[in-house]
Design a protein around this ligand. Structure first.
Ligand code: ARG
Length: 465
């Protein structure tokens, strides 16, 4: 628009002295692509049921694609006085195609529109975050491979307990993240219900076809209840829980890296990629990446609580409180993405100190259970074996007298822990194969989700019809 050209006046429904407080533009601009995709499918449906002529549909769809191209080029004329993404798109569309632009909102409300935009955003976001999570899983799997024989102490209560291997420890973290990805995929699956056609809350008197729109956008089906459709934020609540738990997992991994990188443990050598130095203490190299992975969980947990609190006690159907769903989601998605990337990079860089690990696994205490189990194998009831070995270990001169003889060769000791799912190299080899299979299945699910994401992208680009 040239500077002399008069701006289209804002529609009356967004004109209010409270405009600055009501606006959602800061958080719904990222939804523009999904908003336009929904409008294209909606306009096509209106054409199919005879509410628009084929010529009108073509004009609207052409104008909507122009809006997306302008936005991608950074040339979309965002207007703060138009309250939200929906009104920005509709006003601009009308500027581009003329009064027929005013027909796109037939039998639709911003209430079902935002609910739709959010589900399309959720699908694309889970696809994208899922890829990052799969990359972290792959990094853990690859880093575990060369460490199958590296014995290390395993802990309970952060006290040395029994011997494990570094690979077993890394894969424990793999499984946590694998469940996180399964959860995200299940969240995406449950969200494959289109709310478009619910209108403001009570559908429409016009002969619309929500099921057709749903399929056009790759959804499995349309909503069953219009009140539920406009108010359901379960997909966002689930996403935030998934990301909060993912962050808790990242946080726990971060904590262990911090501990293992300390001089007190010394299991990890200096890893430059793990952080930066101190502005005051010249000797320092801090595990900042692991610390931030630990610290950022506070944000995502807060985001989950923020949304649940906003949703709690809302009367059906739409309430403006629902607008508060976007900021926590955007924050958690950005936070989780950054943590996943940083951890994936760090895992590949971790170098374990073989001398410090070897020294740690020479601790006789790690083998007390092994000794008790040896007695069990020769017929002693476990409870008696436990008591006998316990007495010996609590009487330090007895352990000292037994000396080195009390400590089995650590690699051999860990090989004996070959029960299913245990830390022995042969058990871990089976575990790694299972982990690789799980990751491959997840990647397959991600690519079928990706095809739905692609469908929407195709709707936005030229020449699909
Ligand atoms: N900005 C609103 C939201 O995010 C869109 C729906 C607005 N509906 C309304 N009746 N004002 O929820």
């Amino acid at each position: 628009m040239s500077p002399v050209e008069a701006r289209t006046p804002a529609p009356a429904y967004v004109r209010t002295p409270a405009a600055a407080f009501l606006t959602s533009l800061a958080v719904d601009r990222p939804l523009l692509r999904y908003d336009v995709a929904g409008s294209i499918a909606h306009a096509e449906m209106l054409g199919r049921v005879g509410l628009l002529t084929p010529g009108e549909v073509a004009t609207l769809v052409g104008g909507l694609r122009q809006v997306v191209r302008d936005a991608a080029a950074g040339a979309f004329p965002w207007r703060d006085d138009l309250e939200d993404v929906h009104t920005n798109v509709e006003v601009r569309l009308t500027e581009l195609v003329g009064t027929v632009g005013g027909k796109v909102h037939t039998a639709r409300s911003r209430n079902d529109q935002i609910a739709l935009d959010e589900r399309l955003y959720l699908r694309a976001t889970i696809h994208e975050l899922g890829g990052r999570l799969a990359a972290l899983e792959a990094a853990l799997l690859a880093r575990a491979e060369p460490e199958r024989d590296s014995a290390m102490p395993g802990y309970t209560h952060l006290q040395r307990a029994q011997p494990i291997t570094v690979a077993h420890w890394l894969l424990a973290h793999f499984w946590r993240f694998a469940r996180d990805l399964d959860r995200l995929l299940a969240t995406a699956e449950r969200a494959e219900v289109s709310p478009l056609g619910a209108g403001a809350l009570a559908g429409s008197t016009l002969p619309i076809d929500p099921e057709w729109v749903a399929h056009r956008l790759g959804f499995e089906r349309a909503f069953e209840n219009s009140l539920d459709a406009v108010s359901d934020r379960d997909p966002f609540a689930e996403l935030l829980f998934d990301l909060a738990l993912l962050s808790v997992h990242a946080s726990a991994l971060g904590e262990e890296i911090v501990l293992f990188a300390s001089k007190e443990f010394g299991f990890l050598e200096r890893t430059p990629g793990l952080g930066s130095g101190s502005s005051l203490m010249p000797q320092k190299r801090n595990p900042d990446v692991a610390e931030l992975a630990r610290g950022k969980a506070g944000r995502t947990i807060g985001d989950l609580v923020a949304l649940l609190t906003a949703l709690k006690g809302l009367p059906l159907a739409y309430d403006r409180d629902l607008q508060e769903d976007k900021a926590p989601v955007l924050d958690s998605v950005a936070t989780a993405a950054s943590v996943l990337d940083a951890l994936a990079r760090t895992i590949g860089d971790l170098r374990f100190d073989p001398d410090r690990l070897a020294a740690a696994v020479r601790d006789p205490e790690l083998y007390a259970t092994d000794r008790a189990e040896q007695l069990v194998a020769s017929g002693v009831p476990f409870r008696r074996a436990h008591a006998e070995v316990g007495r010996a270990y609590h009487d330090s001169p007895a352990v000292a007298a037994a000396g080195e003889a009390a400590v089995p060769e650590p690699a051999a000791a860990v090989r004996r822990r070959a029960s299913p799912g245990g830390p022995a190299p042969e058990s871990v080899a089976r575990q790694s194969a299972a982990a690789a299979a799980r990751l491959a299945a997840q990647r397959a699910s991600l690519s079928s989700l990706g095809r739905r994401v692609e469908l929407v992208e195709e709707l936005l680009s030229e020449g699909t019809r």
